[in-house]
Design a protein around this ligand. Structure first.
Ligand SMILES: Nc1ncnc2c1ncn2[C@@H]1O[C@H](COP(=O)(O)OP(=O)(O)OP(=O)(O)O)[C@@H](O)[C@H]1O
Ligand SMILES: [Mg+2]
Length: 259
């Protein structure tokens, strides 16, 4: 059973502390959403959890099913079941989408137990159909020339192919048209499973109409300052963040100034 625990996580970028002590616990079957003003460290949290070398973790602990995540290299984290759909997915020229996904899947398998080409193609075609993607995207270079929305849809395709245990989606809804939002949400919902946890970073409550979260967290100044149910996201959409700041005595000068 998936159990993901983040305790007192602190991280710096070029010597500047961005994450100032993050606590999170996500169990299999749960969907957690994080909302928060620009520049408060949401993407930093996602990248630090994935092990991006730009971020230095200075304190705290992260574990997935009892295993120490911070000890692992990026590829080991992926193999352990962590997955991040990035806010700004990278383009890789010269590597086709399907080659990229097949190696990502095989990297998570034991040697000699690689997915057969036929099975892989069949699976990929099926998932692409579910996501209403043109089959030609399998053969294009990874994200190269993809529109913003196409990149997002492709991130979800990767998630569906890779079947991770702990999925982090960073603004998966940004840039999606109305139909694509529903298609991507359906893709995420089809992956809901007792043994899979989700951490969904979003600015808009609208996404959470489609993907119902169990817990909503508010992040400010590198900390999770408030947690609640879906009604918290509704209140934020309606009233913005000022009331949270007032409630917690956070001054404007110190919030989002890094944005
Ligand atoms: N390489 C870097 N050098 C200096 N500061 C950085 C660097 N990368 C990120 N930051 C800063 O870290 C802070 C947190 O950025 P992050 O991308 O995590 O914010 P966010 O909460 O995801 O914002 P958004 O909602 O706009 O996506 C920002 O102030 C950003 O400018
Ligand atoms: Mg971000």
């Amino acid at each position: 059973m998936t159990h993901f625990v983040v305790e007192g996580l602190k991280a710096t970028i070029e010597g500047k502390e961005i994450l100032k002590g993050i606590d999170l616990e996500i169990k299999g079957g749960e969907i957690h959403a994080i909302m928060g003003p620009n520049g408060t460290g949401k993407s930093t949290l996602a990248s630090a959890l994935m092990g991006h070398p730009k971020y230095e973790v200075t304190d705290g602990a992260v574990s997935l099913n009892g295993e120490d995540v911070l000890e692992m290299a990026v590829d080991e984290r992926a193999r352990a079941g962590l997955f991040l759909a990035m806010q700004y997915p990278s383009e890789i020229a010269g590597v086709t989408n399907s080659d990229f996904m097949r190696s990502a899947i095989n990297a998570r398998r034991e040697e000699g137990n690689e997915i057969s080409l036929i099975k892989f193609i069949r699976q990929m075609e099926g998932k692409m159909k579910e996501l209403e993607m043109d089959p030609e995207f399998a053969h294009r270079y990874l994200n190269e020339g993809f529109s913003g929305g196409e990149k997002k849809r492709n991130e979800i395709l990767q998630m569906m192919m890779i079947e991770p245990k702990l999925v982090i989606l960073d603004e998966i809804d940004s840039g999606l048209d109305i139909d694509a939002l529903r298609i991507v949400a359906n893709g995420v919902n089809s992956m809901r499973d007792e043994d899979r946890g989700f951490l969904i970073i979003t600015h808009y409550q609208r996404l959470l109409n489609y993907i119902k979260p169990d817990v909503v967290h508010v992040m400010m100044q590198g900390r999770i300052v408030k947690s609640g149910g879906p009604e918290l996201a509704e209140r934020l959409e309606r009233d913005g963040y000022d009331w949270v700041k007032e409630e917690l005595g956070i001054t404007d000068e110190s919030v989002g100034q890094e944005a």
